[in-house]
Structure formats: structure tokens, C-alpha cells
Ligand binder design. Structure first.
Ligand code: ADP
Ligand code: MG
Length: 701
């Protein structure tokens, strides 16, 4: 089928030629006709609205008018030389001005003729003018691309503009390629899917994304192209999941035995939350089906993921298999080791730990015990996936805090047993659903969306600078009750010096408010040596200081259950997810905890929305959704390596419905036709084959 006309090099298009082709490639990555067609406008201007001269206002953005050139003069000398034309309609006269291309204007803009002029109106000395207007003859000629109502605006660059490839120039190329080659554009989606979701054809969509006849037509084109975009991403994700299912059988955990039962009845120190029960049930179903489980469990900090992991591992033990649990750091691994032992006791279960600092001697013993099947659960770091570590029969792997374990590393684990073990990934970083479907689309997702009962939700307040004394008063009361307080200051590279001064001024003020010896302050910031930081933190951990003044360094890894107040200075300068992370530092003990967001009086709309969100909810998922709406996916963790940032039209914040439709369609397709053998799914098969050969998305026109 290849080469096709649309794959032709862009220099063959009339009016392009080698030099401009070179630029199009370099500046916009457009090498071929179809890549040009896939270069969509980034916005449109409504060309149905005509203004009258009498209606002009200097605040208006781009406008268009119909009028007659009633006069044309060249005035000024040298670099001040310009052409000024009088442009008149029935309501008045304005000026059109050119400073460049004077020769062309002189020869082509005709006195006495009627034109459509388009541009930004300026007001000078009581007269309106437009500099370098776009001029079209009136009435507009009818073309295949229609009478423009919405004019496409394309991104261009300085370099391209120098070669007449501004937005208008690109529009000309689009007109040409569409007039000559639209017929060649092939459908990419199966007809039954177009029918089902009432999507317009690819050809119509391409025409209308560039030259929409109406707003409605544009909307339909966008919907169709967004659907296609999200559909093919999901096709790849779900296909690799499907391939995995076809290739690997899964271990069957048929029975619930003594380990699970005894633990559940006799050792579990509390009742499970409904969310925990639901997720355990999902895992139980997964592991019975004879298919490898690949499940992601999302749950805010403190939602109780460890118990879920433990019960899954006990289930493996009950069915004669070993389990292992990986953590991203040595500290976390050892913490897990201790808390698992505390929960189950060493008689009941043999839990072992393996990290980078395990000695060679210990390691040798561990390896032997593992291979002999004497260890039920192995906890550890990356060290676990070293090839030397062999299990007798590994049944399940739990990966805590997945960020540092990619697909690559996960698949290494599968080779630890002849049949790959079940995989359970846990994360405390809440991410929006659409993002999860894309980033972890090959995993099934469970959500623990409920905190254990009796946990007091953190109370959050927003105070303005003028209420600072109230905040100090509150701090004082809490400290008198024996609690500890964090005060966090923003610190960013660009304004580091100023930020540190601000922090120091804050400390001064606190020293005045909170005189020694009742109050001691720890200070931790990025400019200190590690030893000093460690020393200051330790004092706070031991309760020798009551206040910890810090920059965001405390975000990671600090756990002081007695700290019950988090004050965030200049809170409007922090992102939502960062605020949520910081707030998560308190609320770890039995006491009611508080978060106080301090801000100046002047807030941007977005800043205000962030603080309102924090006050309104403690729910990490809700916060992550709003964060996505505000910032787009680019700044959310995990997106950088994924394809989601390359989306051309679709927007994960706004196009949830389309994404869900695309994904549901594919899930159903794979259920009915796992290997895509039905004729109706032929196009999908072709897409995957081309993708495997490295032919890019753009070339599938
Ligand atoms: P995370 O989801 O952050 O890993 P953990 O599993 O560490 O959370 O649990 C946080 C704390 O909550 C632990 O002390 C744990 O024992 C406790 N916990 C977990 N589930 C429950 C529950 N259903 N009821 C009461 N406390 C629970
Ligand atoms: Mg945890």
C-alpha cells in the first residue's frame, strides 16, 4: 500500500520547493503531505462577523470590515516611509497602514476597490487604523474549502514567516493539499465504530479541522479526531495487555487457608474498611482466574495499603507459594519488615528482609532459605530483582510506591518463576482517572478511597496576612497542649535569596512571639549542610524543639506523629499536589490536626481556587483532578515519560468522556476478538503492525 501519494515529500507540493521544504521539516517536523494535513490549526477566528468603522473600539481584538479604498499615499522618508490608505464604509473612514512590502502594496492594493480588511484596530489621535491588515477581495470567491467562516490560525515561527509561511501561508498550503489530495485520505476507524459513536469520516474531519464551515462542523471534526487519537493509544496499551494474557498463564490461588483465616480472625488489630475489603476481593478474583494479575492499588497515605498487601501475600502462602514485597528505599523496606513482623509475629510466618546493606554472609543464607521454600515473605529493595535471588515458587510480588519501577523492571520479576507471579503495585500518589487509564492502562486499577474509621480529617483554614497574629495565637495554644508545629516556606531557585530572607524574617518574628525557654525552633533549608539538617530534624523528632521552620525539604520521609499543625507560608505559591503532600505530614497521630494556609491579600483566580480546594477537601483524588484541570498533564508526576504529552488535540482534563468511550469500545473488541482476526477489525490490526514496524501515527492518514 505504501508508498502512497500522501507520503510524498513535502517539497513536491506546488509552491513549496526545496528551501521552504527544508524549513517546514526543521521548524515544524513536516516532511510529507500527510504530516501537513495532520498539522492542525491551534485556534480559529470567526470571519462571519463584520464590524462597521463606527463600531470600532481600541480594546477589540482582531476584527474585519468591508470598505472601499478611497485614498492611498506614500508618506515619510527612509525607515519612516509608509503607505497610508483611507478605508471607508457607510459609517465612516479609518486608515490602513503598511511599513513593509511597500512595492507590493503599491502595485496590488487598488484605489476605488472594495476589500475585506482584517487585523487589530488601534486608536491614534482620534483615528482608527490597522497596521499590515490582511486584505481579501470582496466578495470572497467560493472554493472547495468553502467560504471561510472560521479562519484557521496555524503556529508558525520567525524563520518560516521570513519565507512567507506565516499562518496565512500555511493555510494556502493546506488549501492546496486538500483541494488536490483529500480524496487520498483513508479511513482509519472501522465503520461500525463510526456508526456507534456517530463519528464523521476521517476525510470530512480533516477538511473540517482546517476549514470548518460552521462551529458545529468544527466540533464534530474535533470529536472525531480526538476519539481517534485516544483510541489508538488505548489500542496499543490494551493490546500489550492482551498479548501478555495470551502468552502467560497465571497461577491459581484457589483456596483461602489457615494463614489468611487465622490472621483475619485472630491477629488483625482492627476492622477493615469497606474499601480495603473491596480491593481484597478484587485481588482474590484476579488470582483465581488462571490469568496473571497486574493490578494497581491507589490509596492516599494512611489508607491502609499494607494490610491489603499482607493479605494478598498470605493468600499466596495458603496456596503453597512465596511472596515478596519491594520498596523504593532501604528505610521503607526495613519499615515494612518491622511492621509485618509486628502484625503477624515470627512464629506464624517467616518474613525476611534483603537490601543493599545485607551482608554477603546473610545473603548466602537467605538465598538458600528462599530456594528451600523456608521463607514465606521476602521484603526488600531493588536488590530483590537481581538475578541471583531465586525463589522456590514465587507466587506474588507487591511493589510499594511504583514510581521507580517501570514496565521493564516489572517484567524482570515475571521471570522469577516458570509461570509469572501475580503483580500488585501500590501507590499513594493519587492521579486522575484519565491519566491512570493512559499511564497505567495495562494495569487493572483498584482504589482505596476511604480512610480507617476514627481518623480525624485534618482541618484546613486559609488566613490572610492581616490575620497573622491569630495564627500565632493558635500555634501558641497547640504548643502549650504539647503539640509540635511545622512552618513551611516556599523556596524556588529563581528567587532563592529573597525566599531565604523571608524565611529568616519569619524566624525573627517567631522568636519575638515565642520567647525561649518554652519554645525552641528547628530550622531546615536547602542551603544547610546535610549534617546540620540531620541535627535539626533530629531535635524536632525527639521533641526538643516545638517548631520546625523549613522549606519544602520536609516533604519526603518525615514522620512525627506528635506534630499536629502545618502552617504553609505564601501558600498561593505552591501547586496543589505539593500542598496536599505537605498537609499529609500532619494527621499521623491521635490528635486533631490542622493545616493553616497563609497568603497575601492579592490572589490570582487560580491561586484562590487552589486554596479553596485545599480548604474544601482532603481527598487526594479530587485534588489531583482539579490539579489536572488547572495545569494540564505536563506537570503531574509520571507523565513526562509517557505519550500523554504528545496528544495533539485530545485533552486528558477535558475529554474524559471520549477517552472512556474509546477505552470501553476496545475492551469490548478484545473480549470478542482477542487477536483482532475479524474482518471488521482489520484496520486495527494494520495499525498495530505498522506501529511495530515503527511507522508513525502521522502516516496513517
Ligand atoms: P498506607 O496506605 O499509607 O501504606 P498503612 O498501611 O501504612 O497506610 O496504614 C496506616 C496506618 O493505619 C497503620 O498504622 C495501619 O495499621 C492503620 N490501619 C490500616 N487499616 C486500618 C483499619 N482498617 N482500621 C484502623 N487502622 C488501620
Ligand atoms: Mg505504605
Amino acid at each position: 500500500m505504501y508508498p502512497e501519494i500522501l507520503a510524498s515529500p513535502i517539497e513536491y507540493l506546488k509552491g513549496v520547493g526545496p528551501r521552504r521544504a527544508e524549513l517546514l521539516k526543521k521548524e515544524l517536523g513536516i516532511f510529507s503531505y500527510d504530516q501537513l494535513l495532520n498539522f492542525y490549526p491551534f485556534r480559529y477566528i470567526d470571519r462571519t462577523r463584520f464590524y462597521k468603522v463606527s463600531e470600532l473600539d481600541a480594546d477589540l481584538p482582531l476584527v474585519q470590515l468591508v470598505g472601499r479604498i478611497t485614498d492611498k499615499q506614500t508618506i515619510g522618508e527612509k525607515h519612516k516611509k509608509r503607505i497610508v490608505a483611507k478605508f471607508t464604509d457607510e459609517t465612516g473612514t479609518m486608515e490602513l497602514v503598511w511599513f513593509q512590502s511597500l512595492k507590493w502594496v503599491d502595485e496590488n492594493v487598488m484605489r476605488g476597490k472594495v476589500y475585506i480588511a482584517f487585523g487589530k484596530p488601534n486608536l491614534f489621535n482620534g483615528t482608527f487604523s490597522i497596521s499590515h491588515p490582511e486584505l481579501e477581495t470582496y466578495p470572497r470567491p467560493v472554493t472547495l474549502t468553502g467560504n471561510l467562516t472560521l479562519q484557521p490560525i496555524y503556529n508558525s515561527t520567525e524563520n518560516l514567516k521570513k519565507h512567507f509561511l506565516d499562518s496565512k501561508g500555511i493555510q494556502k498550503l493546506q488549501t492546496l493539499v486538500i483541494e488536490q489530495h483529500l480524496r487520498e485520505v483513508k479511513e482509519t476507524l472501522p465503520a461500525y465504530i463510526l456508526d456507534k459513536y456517530k463519528l464523521i469520516s476521517k476525510r470530512e474531519a480533516i477538511l473540517n479541522i482546517h476549514f470548518p464551515a460552521t462551529a458545529q462542523a468544527l466540533q464534530e471534526a474535533e470529536r472525531r479526531l480526538k476519539f481517534e487519537e485516544l483510541f489508538f493509544i488505548q489500542l496499543q496499551i490494551l493490546n500489550s495487555k492482551q498479548q501478555r494474557t495470551l502468552k502467560f498463564k497465571g497461577l491459581r490461588f484457589d483456596k483461602v487457608g489457615d494463614k489468611v483465616n487465622v490472621f483475619y480472625k485472630a491477629m488483625l488489630p482492627f476492622a477493615l474498611t469497606n474499601a480495603q475489603k473491596r480491593v481484597i476481593k478484587e485481588i482474590r478474583l484476579d488470582t483465581q482466574r488462571g490469568v496473571q494479575m497486574n493490578r494497581l492499588v491507589q490509596g492516599d497515605v494512611g489508607s491502609g495499603k499494607t494490610i491489603v498487601a499482607l493479605m494478598s501475600m498470605l493468600l499466596a502462602n495458603d496456596n503453597g507459594y512465596q511472596a515478596c514485597m519491594m520498596a523504593p528505599t532501604e528505610i521503607l523496606a526495613r519499615q515494612h519488615f518491622h511492621s509485618l513482623n509486628a502484625l503477624v509475629g515470627t512464629d506464624f510466618l517467616k518474613v525476611a528482609v534483603l537490601t543493599g546493606s545485607t551482608t554477603k554472609k546473610q545473603r548466602t543464607i537467605l538465598h538458600q532459605q528462599l530456594e528451600a521454600g523456608e521463607i514465606d515473605i521476602l521484603v526488600g529493595t531493588h536488590a530483590l530483582i537481581e538475578d541471583k535471588v531465586q525463589f522456590k515458587n514465587l507466587g506474588i510480588v507487591v511493589i510499594d510506591e511504583q514510581h521507580r519501577f517501570g514496565v521493564e523492571q516489572r517484567s524482570k520479576l515475571w521471570r522469577k518463576n516458570s509461570v509469572p507471579p501475580h503483580i500488585l503495585v501500590m501507590t499513594a500518589t493519587p492521579i486522575p482517572r484519565t491519566l491512570a487509564m493512559t499511564l497505567y492502562g495495562d494495569l487493572d486499577v483498584s482504589v482505596i478511597d476511604e480512610l480507617p474509621a476514627g481518623r480525624k480529617p485534618i482541618e484546613t483554614r486559609h488566613l490572610f496576612e492581616g490575620q497573622r497574629l491569630r495564627m500565632f495565637g493558635f500555634m501558641k495554644e497547640e504548643i502549650k497542649k504539647g503539640r509540635q508545629v511545622y512552618v513551611v516556606y516556599p523556596l524556588i531557585k529563581e528567587s532563592e535569596k529573597l525566599d531565604l530572607l523571608f524565611l529568616e524574617a519569619g524566624v525573627e518574628q517567631m522568636r519575638y512571639q515565642f520567647p525561649l525557654p518554652d519554645f525552641n525552633i528547628s530550622i531546615v533549608h536547602g542551603k544547610m549542610t546535610n549534617a546540620d539538617k540531620q541535627f535539626e530534624m533530629q531535635r524536632f523528632v525527639e521533641g526538643k524543639t516545638q517548631i520546625m521552620v523549613a522549606t519544602t525539604v520536609i516533604e519526603v520521609g518525615v514522620n512525627v506523629p506528635n506534630a499536629s499543625v502545618m502552617v504553609i507560608e505564601n501558600a498561593e505559591r505552591f501547586g496543589l499536589s505539593q500542598l496536599h503532600q505537605l498537609r499529609g505530614r500532619v494527621g499521623r497521630g491521635a490528635e486533631q490536626s490542622f493545616c493553616i494556609l497563609m497568603s497575601g491579600n492579592k490572589l490570582t483566580r487560580e491561586g484562590k481556587l487552589r486554596l479553596e480546594t485545599m480548604v474544601k477537601t482532603n481527598n487526594g483524588f479530587e485534588i489531583s483532578e482539579i490539579d489536572l484541570q488547572l495545569r494540564g498533564p505536563g506537570d503531574l508526576s509520571g507523565t513526562q515519560q509517557s505519550g500523554v504529552l504528545d496528544l495533539k488535540l485530545a485533552d486528558l482534563a477535558k475529554d474524559q468522556v471520549i477517552l472512556q468511550e474509546a477505552r470501553n469500545t476496545l475492551i469490548q473488541i478484545f473480549e470478542e476478538d482477542p487477536s483482532l482476526l475479524l474482518p471488521q477489525n482489520h484496520l486495527l490490526k494494520i495499525y498495530l503492525e505498522r506501529k511495530n514496524k515503527g511507522i508513525t501515527f502521522d502516516k496513517i492518514s
